[in-house]
Design a protein around this ligand. Structure first.
Ligand SMILES: C[S@@+](CC[C@H](N)C(=O)[O-])C[C@H]1O[C@@H](n2cnc3c(N)ncnc32)[C@H](O)[C@@H]1O
Length: 215
């Protein structure tokens, strides 16, 4: 993995501006005095995922991974990320909120589809990678020689993806690349690319199309 702290290509402030999934906290005018908003903000502040959402208005790789793996890790015991019992609001988010349930289902479906397409020697990428659970949790025992590429703009997320790789230790080669999804500037070719959690942050359909065309 390259030393991401040394990366000369993109300045820190530019990285923050271009990271579209999190780190943007603005309330619209009037929202501060709406009692329902005040109540929700107070309840969100009671658990770590809620506090991240309040501060960032979106999910980074770390918290996306938490949401994706909750059905396997937290749901049976109703335990939050800090080991405390989940509050009513967190339980609603993780067990019933449509967009998060859809994200958990999407994860399960992508894994099944990708697993059935795996062949020896294939080259796969995750963009944006997040912690790369989509690819790192697959079974590679019947498909030797697979290489993976993790592309994400957030250096902290790439660091956690590398830790995730070391922990899960699948028999694959992985490279980690810090890049903006809209500035890939690469000659690399992949047999299969998974992409979750980027287009929901893009209002402009043309910009989404540009992204898909480029990959
Ligand atoms: C909601 S998470 C999804 C992560 C992963 N695909 C998953 O399903 O676990 C969004 C990811 O997009 C990354 N990201 C945000 N803006 C980006 C950009 N302009 N280029 C590349 N990655 C970006 C974030 O750093 C974060 O890891």
């Amino acid at each position: 993995m390259p030393d991401l702290r040394a990366g000369p290509a993109i300045l820190d402030s530019e990285i923050c501006m271009n990271i579209i999934s999190h780190g943007h906290n603005t309330l619209s005018q009037g929202e501060e005095s709406d009692p329902e908003v005040v109540r929700l903000r107070r309840e969100l502040a009671e658990f770590p995922l809620g506090r991240f959402l309040l501060e960032n208005l979106g999910l980074n790789g770390h918290w996306t991974s938490y949401v994706l793996l909750y059905p396997d890790k937290g749901r049976a015991t109703a335990t939050s990320s800090d080991g405390q019992p989940v509050t009513e609001l967190e339980s609603w988010l993780m067990d019933r909120c449509p967009i998060l349930r859809a994200t958990q289902e999407r994860f399960r479906i992508f894994r099944g589809l990708t697993q059935s397409r795996l062949r020896p020697g294939m080259s796969l990428a995750a963009l944006p990678a997040g912690l790369m659970d989509d690819l790192l949790t697959l079974d590679y025992t019947q498909t030797p020689g697979v290489t993976l590429t993790a592309v994400d703009l957030d250096p902290e997320t790439l660091g956690e993806a590398e830790q995730n790789f070391r922990q899960l230790n699948p028999p694959v080669d992985v490279t980690f690349e810090q890049k903006d999804a809209w500035q890939l500037c690469t000659e690399q070719r992949w047999d299969l690319l998974t992409s979750n959690g980027l287009n929901i942050y893009v209002d402009d359909d043309g910009r989404c199309t540009d992204f898909y065309r480029s990959v």
